[in-house]
Design a protein around this ligand. Structure first.
Ligand SMILES: *[C@@H]1O[C@H](CO)[C@@H](O)[C@H](O)[C@H]1NC(C)=O
Length: 354
């Protein structure tokens, strides 16, 4: 039996019955997993606005999405009866009239800093907090623009009935905790998890204070199974790295607890935890069931370690059919995987907002 997308059928049925989606707009914050192109317009080396990124996107266009096609948030928007793609706030081809039913503030840049002179705390603060708060600053600017464009009343309706999706964390662990020298010896994993959970809590609270009510906090994927990590695990036959997966699961438990706590503390908030961990692990462990051939290596280039500029159109090794691969580059899933994860998320958490 093959995997089937049920929620879309359900949705079409709702649409035929004339039942309106209750969500006015989808507003996205986070990292490269949900960036729809903001990274193109800030100074960062982490870009994907060139071929073969986007080769299966509408018009085969590279947009800055880290995939061959759409990312989960695009599918979620479509499933809610809104636009099939969520435009990036910093992309100059769009203006406020394009952002009335969805906008993305996420950025793949996440401001990685290399200065060794800063104290660890300052580094953590700058790397993890500023980019997210910067996203909130953009959001405030956007609120004003929307009020000017639609008038206060309509704009405020859109903003309070919007669904806010937040996806952060993988980069923080894999690039900041495990790779930056010294970090993992100065902080225990537990302390670092608590630190990041604190950032998530502050971020959700900040959004809530700005008027957001329907919010989804996304959990971490099985990070130890990203092709990049498996490649470094040669001694164990390129298996998933258990330790990273355990960290992701522990962190997800913390996020789940945080979601329960904030739902009690903040009046009228409706916060859900969207956890992609289980579905991604199922796909990675049973790729054939979902119609894939390869899960351990990615489609782009050799599939072992490339992403961003190393995954370019001149690389002769890039696969021809990305639908056979779970991962597009060594860090990010293919469009097909993104669609399955979005379906799963709608069924298991976001469906309450339909
Ligand atoms: C947005 O862009 C469109 C097309 O480029 C243009 O027609 C429209 O006037 C712009 N709207 C605003 C509010 O700037």
């Amino acid at each position: 039996m093959a995997y089937k997308a049920i929620p879309l059928l359900l949705l079409h049925l709702l649409q035929i019955l004339g039942i309106q989606a209750k969500v006015s707009s989808i507003i996205v914050f986070g990292d490269s997993s949900v960036d729809s192109g903001n990274n193109n317009h800030i100074s960062t080396i982490l870009k994907s606005n060139f071929e073969p990124y986007g080769r299966d996107f509408f018009g085969s266009k590279p947009t800055g999405r880290f995939s061959n096609g759409r990312i989960p948030t695009d599918f979620i928007s479509e499933a809610f009866g809104l636009q099939p793609i969520i435009p990036a706030y910093l992309d100059p081809v769009y203006n406020i009239s394009d952002f009335t039913s969805g906008v993305c503030f996420a950025s793949a840049g996440t401001g990685r800093l290399t200065s060794r002179d800063l104290t660890l705390i300052t580094q953590l603060y700058l790397q993890s907090v500023i980019p997210l708060w910067k996203e909130l600053e953009y959001y405030k600017e956007y609120q004003k623009q929307l009020q000017d464009f639609l008038g206060d009343e309509e704009a405020n309706n859109v903003l309070s009935e919007a669904l806010y999706l937040i996806s952060i964390g993988t980069n923080d662990f894999l690039e900041n905790y495990y790779i930056v020298p010294g970090r993992s010896s100065d902080y225990t994993v537990e302390e670092y998890q608590n630190f990041l959970a604190g950032i998530a809590r502050d971020f959700v609270t900040g959004l809530y204070q700005l008027g957001a009510r329907k919010i989804s906090l996304t959990g971490l994927p099985p990070m130890g199974c990203l092709p990049l990590e498996r490649t470094t695990n040669l001694i164990f036959g390129s298996d998933c790295i258990e330790e990273y997966n355990n960290v992701a699961q522990d962190f997800n438990e913390k996020l789940k607890g945080l979601v329960e706590k904030l739902n009690k503390e903040l009046a009228l908030i409706h916060l859900v935890f969207s956890n992609p961990y289980d579905i991604l692990l199922q796909i990675i462990q049973n790729p054939h069931f979902f119609g894939f051939d390869k899960a351990a290596i990615a489609c782009c280039a050799t599939g072992l370690f490339e992403m961003g500029y190393m995954c370019d159109k001149f690389n002769p090794f890039t696969c021809t059919d990305a639908n056979k691969y779970v991962f597009w580059d060594s860090f990010h899933p293919t469009e097909k995987t993104n669609g399955i994860v979005a379906d799963y998320t709608i069924k298991n958490s976001l469906g309450v907002f339909l």
